[in-house]
Design a protein around this ligand. Structure first.
Ligand code: XMP
Length: 332
């Protein structure tokens, strides 16, 4: 498959068109890989999930999915990946809990780009370690989509990126695989239509974007386990309240960031020092610019009450009103 989307390629907007695309890709993938094994890093994001579901349909157990939990996932996320792919779809799934490897390496590192590089590099190493344990794998499947290809073209033309956004970069020299990229000519909205046609749950297909370095770029500065835990719990409350109040469907991206500062508070008539939880909720079309979602005060009050009462270590809740530009969507 070429890397250029033909002008004649119809936009996939309906189930019928998605079914046709799926049938074509099943044939193409089978012809490409024969009876060989294919490896896939399954993060649980929309793109890798759709590729996994498509390849399970095409080649079943010849697909080996590896889900690396870097310890920076949101609450319940790895469990959901395992339930869906191992449980429901009976996939060949290897689960790797690499939390300690990542958090040990990140201890004391406060510079954002350094944190990203450590996470990206370690991710490749953990994945490579798993790949070396497997026999007979000749192919690597990736959830590359068309904007990624357009982005690499821009990068090749020397345009500078604001942040390093790579998730799975190049694998080490000894691991040479042929790539399988069945959705590389699709735009995100088309990937979602295909995902639903494959029977993936709506919540998975319409999941808000989540950066490769995960909560690592939201636990600001040097990550500590206690602050990361507080962030994860606060974020789960925010997501729950957005769900209950119908905001999850409406808002493009929403999350909590927790900075490495403490303020003085009072709890049970005693001094209570804690971190602030910062709410960020933005809308955008392409993540290049973003506007702020105006969350009703009633909902903000409830979220504030729940986070400060339910999460150990958080004693304030703040709201980020900054559009992009000037703020980026993530804080790091
Ligand atoms: P920024 O912070 O640059 O984020 O305004 C724009 C969008 O990209 C997401 N993001 C990432 N996605 N790997 C990813 O896959 C990354 O390293 C990464 N960093 C930021 C961010 O969540 C937002 O949706």
């Amino acid at each position: 498959m070429s890397n250029v989307r033909p002008e004649t390629m119809e936009r996939i907007t309906t189930k019928a068109l998605a079914d046709k695309f799926i049938e074509e890709q099943i044939k193409e993938v089978r012809a490409q890989v024969g009876d060989k094994k294919v490896l896939l890093a399954l993060s649980g994001g929309v793109d890798s999930s759709v590729v996994a579901a498509l390849l399970i349909k095409a080649i079943g157990k010849q697909l080996v999915c590896v889900h690396v939990n870097h310890g920076l996932m949101r609450k319940g996320e790895s469990e959901a990946v395992i339930d869906m792919f191992k449980g429901e779809l009976d996939a060949n799934l290897v689960y790797v809990d690499a939390t300690d490897r990542f958090l040990d390496l990140l201890a004391g590192v406060s510079e954002p780009e350094k944190k990203r590089k450590i996470i990206g590099k370690e991710f490749i190493e953990v994945f490579a370690d798993e790949a070396r344990k497997l026999e007979g794998v000749e192919f690597l499947a990736q959830g590359t989509i068309y904007p990624d290809i357009l982005e690499s073209i821009k990068a090749a033309e020397g345009k500078k990126a604001v942040k390093s956004h790579h998730n799975v970069g190049g694998l080490p020299e000894d691991l040479k695989f042929e790539l399988v990229e069945p959705i590389k000519l699709l735009f995100k909205d088309e990937v979602r239509v295909v995902g639903e046609a494959l029977g993936l749950p709506h919540a998975m297909v319409y999941r808000q974007p989540f950066p490769g370095p995960g909560l690592g770029v939201r636990c600001l500065g040097a990550i500590t386990r206690d602050r990361l835990h507080a962030l994860r719990e606060a974020d789960a409350i925010l997501r729950e309240e957005f769900d209950i109040n119908g905001l999850a469907e409406k808002v493009w991206q929403y999350f909590i960031a927790v900075p490495d500062i403490k303020s003085v508070g009072v709890k049970d008539e005693s001094r209570y020092e804690g971190w602030p939880a910062i709410i960020r909720a933005v809308n955008t079309k392409d993540a290049m610019t973003a506007t702020i979602e105006e969350i009703p005060y009633e909902i903000l009050h409830k979220i504030t009450y729940r986070i400060t009462h339910e999460v150990e270590g958080i004693n304030r809740v703040l709201l980020d009103l900054t559009p992009k530009p000037i703020g980026t969507i993530e804080w790091e």
